[in-house]
Design a binder for this molecule. Structure first.
Ligand SMILES: NC(=O)c1ccc[n+]([C@@H]2O[C@H](COP(=O)([O-])OP(=O)(O)OC[C@H]3O[C@@H](n4cnc5c(N)ncnc54)[C@H](O)[C@@H]3O)[C@@H](O)[C@H]2O)c1
Length: 317
C-alpha cells in the first residue's frame, strides 16, 4: 500500500517543483486539498481519513481532528508557527508534529523593514492619493538613528536587527530566553519589556504566540508607547489586543501600525483595515518565492524522514 500525504496549504511547491520532488523521490502519493472554500473540522477530518502524513497551512488542527485521523502519523506545518496545532492531542494520538524553522526568516524580516518604511514615509496613502489625481506634500520620518524595539529575538528578530544596523538604528530587544551576550552579538541592547515598549519609535513583534504571550500588547502597553511610535506585527495576530489597538490609533495615541497577521484570518473585524494610519497585508510575511521553496522542501523532508525513520528534521512534539 502506498504512503499517502495530504497537502493542505496553497503555497506548497507553488514556486518550484523541488518540494514535490522530495515526496515523489520517496515514492509517496500526494493528495491536494481543495482550499478554495474555508477548511472546516469536518472537511479536514474527511481529508485526513486515509493519509499517513500531512503538510498544513494555518488551519486549526484540533483534538477532534486528531481523533478523526486514525492513520495519521506526522503533520508538518508549512512554516515556523504551530500555535494552531493542539500539541497535547497530537501526542495523545501518537502523531509527530514538525515545523520549518529558519526557512522563512529572511522573507519576514524584509517585510517587517519594508512595512516600517511604508509607515514612516506614508507610502500607502501617498500611492492611493496619487492614483486619485492628488499631488500632495507628504512629510514622513526617517528610520536613521531611531530606536527600534524588538519583542522576541529569535531567528526573525535577529534578521530584523541585522537589517536595522544598515539604518544606524538603536536596537533594543526584549526576549527572556535569550541571554545578554547573545542579544549583544545580534547587534541589540537587551532591555526590559517596559523599556522596549516605552522607548521604541518602531516596535516590531517577533515572538511566539502561546498562553503567556496572547495580547502581550494590550491597552496598558499601548498607553506606554510614544504617541509618535509605530507598531509592526508580522508575528501573530493574537499577540495584540486589536480592539485596544483600534482605539489607540483612532485617538492618536499611536502614530500608526502595520499588520501582516490578525487574530482571525481573514480578519472578521474590518475596522482596523480602514484606519488611515494602518498598513495591512494578508499574512504574506513568508511569501517570497525563495522562502516558499525552502519551507516546502523542509516540510516535505519532515514528512519523509518521520515516516521513514520515526524522526522528522525539526520535531515540535
Ligand atoms: N508573517 C508570517 O508570515 C510569519 C512567518 C514566519 C514566522 N512568523 C511568526 O514569527 C514569529 C517568530 O518566528 P521565529 O522564526 O523568529 O521564531 P523563533 O522561535 O526563532 O523566535 C521566537 C522568539 O520568541 C521568544 N519569546 C518567547 N516568549 C517570549 C516572550 N514572552 N517575550 C519575548 N520573547 C519571547 C523566544 O525566546 C524566541 O527567541 C513566530 O510567532 C512565527 O509564528 C510569521
Amino acid at each position: 500500500m502506498s504512503v499517502r500525504v495530504l497537502i493542505a496549504t496553497r503555497s506548497f511547491g507553488s514556486t518550484s517543483p523541488k518540494p514535490w520532488d522530495v515526496l515523489a523521490q520517496a515514492g509517496f502519493e500526494t493528495i491536494r486539498a481543495d482550499l478554495t472554500q474555508k477548511m472546516t473540522e469536518e472537511r479536514l477530518i474527511a481529508l485526513l481519513d486515509d493519509v499517513d502524513g500531512a503538510i498544513i497551512g494555518a488551519m486549526p488542527m484540533t483534538a477532534r481532528v486528531f481523533e478523526g485521523a486514525p492513520k495519521l502519523k506526522v503533520v508538518s506545518t508549512h512554516g515556523v508557527g504551530f500555535d494552531h496545532v493542539d500539541l497535547e492531542a497530537a501526542a495523545r494520538h501518537g502523531v509527530i508534529v514538525a515545523n520549518c524553522p529558519g526557512a522563512n526568516d529572511q522573507a519576514v524580516a524584509d517585510l517587517a523593514i519594508g512595512l516600517m518604511v511604508c509607515l514612516a514615509r506614508q507610502v500607502v496613502p501617498a500611492n492611493r492619493d496619487l492614483r486619485n489625481g492628488e499631488w500632495k506634500n507628504y512629510q514622513g520620518n526617517e528610520l536613521w538613528k531611531k530606536t527600534l524595539g524588538l519583542i522576541g529575538l529569535g531567528r526573525i528578530g535577529r534578521a530584523v536587527a541585522r537589517r536595522a544596523g544598515g539604518f544606524d538604528m538603536n536596537v533594543l530587544a526584549y526576549d527572556p530566553f535569550v541571554d545578554a551576550r547573545q542579544a549583544e552579538a545580534a547587534g541589540t541592547r537587551p532591555a526590559s519589556f517596559d523599556e522596549v515598549i516605552s522607548s521604541a519609535d518602531y516596535l516590531s513583534l517577533h515572538l511566539v504566540l502561546n498562553d503567556q504571550t496572547r495580547n502581550i500588547i494590550g491597552k496598558k502597553e499601548l498607553e506606554r508607547m510614544k504617541p509618535s511610535a509605530f507598531l509592526i506585527n508580522t508575528a501573530r495576530g493574537g499577540l495584540v489586543d486589536e480592539d485596544a489597538l483600534y482605539t489607540a490609533l483612532e485617538a492618536g495615541k499611536l502614530a500608526g501600525a502595520a499588520l501582516d497577521v490578525f487574530s482571525e484570518e481573514p480578519p472578521l473585524e474590518q475596522g482596523l483595515l480602514y484606519l488611515p494610519n494602518v498598513v495591512a497585508t494578508p499574512h504574506i510575511g513568508a511569501h517570497s518565492k525563495e522562502a516558499i521553496e525552502r519551507v516546502g522542501v523542509l516540510a516535505a523532508q519532515n514528512v519523509v524522514q518521520a515516516l521513514q525513520t520515526g524522526e522528522p528534521v525539526f520535531r515540535v512534539v
